[in-house]
Design a protein around this ligand. Structure first.
Ligand SMILES: Cc1cc2nc3c(=O)[nH]c(=O)nc-3n(C[C@H](O)[C@H](O)[C@H](O)COP(=O)(O)OP(=O)(O)OC[C@H]3O[C@@H](n4cnc5c(N)ncnc54)[C@H](O)[C@@H]3O)c2cc1C
Length: 447
């Protein structure tokens, strides 16, 4: 018997419990086990294995491809395991996998500390971490995995192990970018960095200025200190507060900035940025880090249709910029967007081989997201995303951030891991030789 609830297809709450963030995904699991603790997770793993059930792992449920769910099998749902402990002296935190980024942010902010993670508060910290984890603090603090100190994992055999630099270091290496392939992570210990308030927010320019804006952004961030982060975006201005009415529904380009230095320095850093254009919207100012991290949560509530794909980009050549403008000027819905997340700064301090995450040489991880609240628009946003993705292919390095992928097949996963793939297959063979955990961006065990 597990302590948590077990939800079955005929239960009243089944429809609610099988929902995940992306409403385009419509899978019907046979059993959902809402684990309460480690013991529940071990029991769920053993039950699934002994009964030859397919198994998926759900933490925040944000995965675009819907890999939190399986068809017919058993979902190990960790959303109710959400304890967090902070050691302010050591600047570390120990967290359970059910926490969202907003929950982690809120707790660490109390101590003037932060975990480098993602840009939308409702995202699950577990799946984000295991894929790599990039966001506003990447340049200053590295990827989320670069701050991972230890993980406790339930293996396919049901055994519970701890992985860190000196204990099961092969598993620890693989967990840092290898996704949910190696077991169920029931606790993460992270290093935290001191960040409380930031000077941050969005700045927009007219779409007609995209070429100059992209080149300006490229140049300014290339030469900036690691305190300055900004992701470039093509978007449509949402028709509502706080955006001024004359900009509503306008297709624009922009950067969402985050500066972690002092406010006085920020004014200096942003002077040339503000002189460029000038921007048609400038919401950049001092705010708490959780406010920045939660800025887009209301715009992107759960339950919308999402189809997204990613690329790694090394250089914004003239041709690459033109192709981006071509598609970025045809955004089909107000929620659809394309972002360039910088993966430079401290991310580049580690080598390609130091963790499983193999794309530290790239400068951006691009995501192209076709999004709509209306299921009738699912085909429209999907087509825009696919066309945009195909258009950028010649300018990309190959592969994509696993957390920005749909189900795109083995070859693309392999390409994304580059020369780390072979080592991953060997570690997979050691820890999960039967590929019990295969509902993920799958690494197949070496034979
Ligand atoms: C709106 C939005 C914004 C995003 N922004 C960012 C961003 O800024 N930066 C970024 O890096 N990513 C971002 N992402 C991508 C995000 O990292 C992935 O969607 C990730 O899968 C979310 O983690 P989750 O716990 O919510 O995933 P879930 O959907 O719960 O799980 C996804 C997969 O992760 C694995 N997994 C999850 N939990 C565990 C666990 N405890 N043990 C083992 N395996 C596990 C499993 O393979 C599972 O199938 C964003 C996603 C969305 C939808």
């Amino acid at each position: 018997m597990v302590k948590g609830k077990v939800v079955l297809p005929l239960d009243d709450n089944y429809e609610e419990e099988r929902k995940i963030y992306n409403a385009m995904i419509d899978k019907r699991p046979g059993i959902i086990v809402k684990c309460k603790d480690l013991d529940d997770v071990v029991k769920a793993v053993n039950f699934a294995r002994e009964n030859y059930l397919e198994v998926s792992i759900r933490s925040g449920g944000h995965n675009g491809a819907g890999l939190a769910l399986c068809e017919d099998g058993l979902v190990i749902d960790l959303s109710e395991m959400n304890d967090i402990q902070i050691d302010p002296d050591e600047k570390t935190t120990k967290i359970q996998p059910g926490l969202t980024l907003a929950e982690v942010d809120k707790a660490t902010h109390e101590y003037g500390l932060a975990l480098p993670c993602g840009v939308v508060g409702t995202t699950g910290v577990a799946g984000l971490t295991l894929g790599g984890g990039m966001g506003y603090l990447s340049r200053k603090g590295g990827l989320t995995i670069d701050n991972l100190l230890e993980a406790k994992v339930v293996l396919a055999s049901g055994e519970v192990v701890t992985a860190n630099k000196s204990n099961r270091s092969d598993l620890f290496w693989a967990l840092r970018g290898g996704g949910g392939n190696f077991g169920v992570v029931v606790s993460f210990t992270f290093n935290l960095i001191p960040v409380k308030n930031v000077y941050a927010g969005p700045m927009f320019w007219p779409i007609e200025q995209s070429e100059e804006a992209m080149k300006f952004y490229d140049k300014i961030t290339k030469n900036a200190s690691n305190d300055l982060y900004g992701f470039f975006a093509f978007l449509i201005v949402p028709p509502g507060d706080p955006f001024p009415e004359h900009l509503h529904n306008q297709n624009v380009c922009g950067v969402v900035w985050c500066y972690t230095g002092s406010v006085e320095e920020a004014e200096e850093v942003f002077r040339p940025i503000r002189e460029f254009g000038p921007p048609i919207l400038d919401f950049v100012g001092e705010m708490s880090l959780p406010s920045l991290n939660g800025m887009f949560d209301a715009l992107y509530p759960p339950g919308m249709q999402w189809y997204w794909k990613g690329h790694y980009i090394n250089e914004l050549t003239d041709e690459c910029i033109q192709e981006n403008i071509k598609h970025g000027s045809k955004i089909p819905t107000v929620h659809s967007t394309s972002h360039f997340y910088p993966i430079d700064g401290r991310v580049h301090e580690k080598s390609q081989k130091e963790t499983a995450w193999a794309n530290r040489n790239a400068r951006w991880s691009q995501v192209i997201a076709g999004v709509s609240p209306d299921p009738m628009e699912a085909d429209k946003v999907t087509k825009w995303c696919k066309d945009y993705y195909e258009g950028i292919k010649p300018y990309a390095t190959g592969g994509a951030y696993i957390n920005f992928m749909m189900e795109e097949g083995q070859e693309r996963i392999k390409v994304g891991y580059k020369s780390n793939y072979e080592r991953l297959t060997k570690i997979k063979n050691k820890y999960d030789p039967d590929n019990f955990f295969h509902i993920n961006q799958n690494i197949q065990p070496a034979k």
